[in-house]
Design a protein around this ligand. Structure first.
Ligand SMILES: [Zn+2]
Ligand SMILES: [Zn+2]
Length: 172
């Protein structure tokens, strides 16, 4: 887990599923779009899910009842991570997670209110004062700013891994 944190990956945010999240030795996970043939071979998505272009299950419509985990069949619960809502399996051993898109995402986002525009706390300490850095939304995009602001005005470019998490959770 230390290595992941060094990359700027946040452990409690949605992550690649075991099915598609294979990491090449030493490499970073970079989901690639499936070819038409690969996509066809996925078959029908599990009940309540659709496939993303990279072949991951994603929740597209707000489930009417319980959403069953695509991995183990246990119920999944809607949670709000640092970067927005996602479903995670109630089975602690399973750890499957699914992002939202389309209508399901819109509904969940509205329920979550304005949390999106709020700064997101990271685990990264400020190199100047040691306080935690916050991921903020600026005019030109996301940036890391010190939570000690205005006493500390340190800002930094967010690491690519962190931005990727944000982008994935923001729905593709
Ligand atoms: Zn599960
Ligand atoms: Zn600082």
């Amino acid at each position: 887990m230390k290595a992941l944190e060094a990359e700027g990956k946040i452990p409690d945010a949605p992550v690649e599923t075991a099915k598609t999240g294979r990491t090449a030795a030493g490499g970073k996970v970079r989901p690639k779009r499936l070819t038409k043939e690969e996509f066809a071979s996925l078959g029908t998505p599990p009940t309540g899910f659709a496939w993303t272009l990279t072949g991951r299950p994603v929740v597209e419509l707000t489930p009417k009842g319980a959403l069953k985990c695509f991995e183990c069949g246990d119920e999944m619960t809607l949670r709000t991570g640092r970067f927005g809502p996602f479903y995670s399996c109630n089975n602690r051993k399973c750890k499957a997670v699914a992002n939202l898109r389309g209508e399901a995402k819109k509904t969940a986002d509205e329920a979550a209110g304005e949390t999106r525009s709020k700064p997101i706390e990271t685990d990264m300490p400020c190199p100047d004062c040691g306080k935690k850095m916050l991921l903020r939304m600026g005019r030109t995009g996301r940036f890391l700013g010190c939570s000690g602001y205005p006493a500390c005005k340190k800002t930094m470019e967010p690491p690519a891994g962190l931005l990727r998490e944000v982008a994935e959770t923001a729905g593709v």
